[in-house]
Design a protein around this ligand. Structure first.
Ligand code: SF4
Length: 213
């Protein structure tokens, strides 16, 4: 398969530096001008404009000072969000309860819905019976989104939804979504640890299984 080079293969990051020394395959220099124009036009839409300014201010004013939880609250305040939705994994309800307590302590209204809400058996969604071995009830991210849409939350926060279930939640949420916790059952919800160790102890992901460090 032909390997198409892109930003993930770039070592110079000139788009960030502004030094104009772009690589031959640079995504910036190969952009369709209309694609760039379309993207910039989207930022003019009111919600997008507000979120863009808010995100930039959160980053600038609290760079390396605020935890993600603090950043979420600051972002929420800046976009005028008063009611926060939490779309949580049932296995992280305790953590979501703590998150909700922090949000409430800081003046937000909070409504949460867990992935198993609706109590729908997996088999009803056409999921193979064997998958019930790790739990009979289906994760129901579309329901989570619809419940939060009905609750008219201003900003939704994902806490540990499974891969793919998070995708469906993002797709159906009316409100903007940010993620507080990214599920990784093996790495304590810190998936980047697999990347930090991919060239050493976790080399099996790069086909280096068995090589000693
Ligand atoms: S846009 Fe160009 S310079 Fe920036 S990371 Fe991508 S390839 Fe590198």
């Amino acid at each position: 398969m032909k390997k198409q080079l892109s930003c993930i293969d770039c070592a110079v990051k000139s788009c960030q530096k502004g030094d104009g020394r772009y690589p031959d395959f640079c995504v910036t220099t190969h952009l369709d001008p209309q694609t760039l124009k379309d993207a910039l036009t989207c930022y003019e839409e009111e919600e997008n404009h507000r979120a863009t300014l808010a995100a930039a201010s959160v980053e600038y004013e609290h760079y390396c000072q605020y935890t993600r939880v603090e950043e979420i609250m600051d972002f929420a305040r800046r976009i005028g969000a008063k009611k926060l939705g939490i779309a949580t994994c049932v296995g992280l309800l305790a953590e979501s309860r703590t998150l909700a307590a922090i949000f409430r302590e800081h003046g937000f209204e909070v409504f949460g819905v867990c992935c198993k809400a609706g109590a729908v058996p997996k088999t009803e969604l056409g999921i193979d019976e064997k998958c019930s071995a790790v739990g009979k009830a289906a994760c129901n991210p579309i329901l989570q989104a619809k419940v939060l849409n009905e609750a008219k939350t201003d900003l939704n926060v994902v806490v540990g939804l499974c891969v793919g279930h998070d995708s469906l939640f993002y797709k159906y949420s009316d409100a903007l979504v940010t993620t507080a916790v990214t599920k990784d059952r093996v790495l304590g919800h810190n998936p980047v640890a697999a990347l930090y160790t991919a060239n050493s102890y976790y080399g099996k992901l790069l086909g280096k299984e068995g090589e000693s460090i």
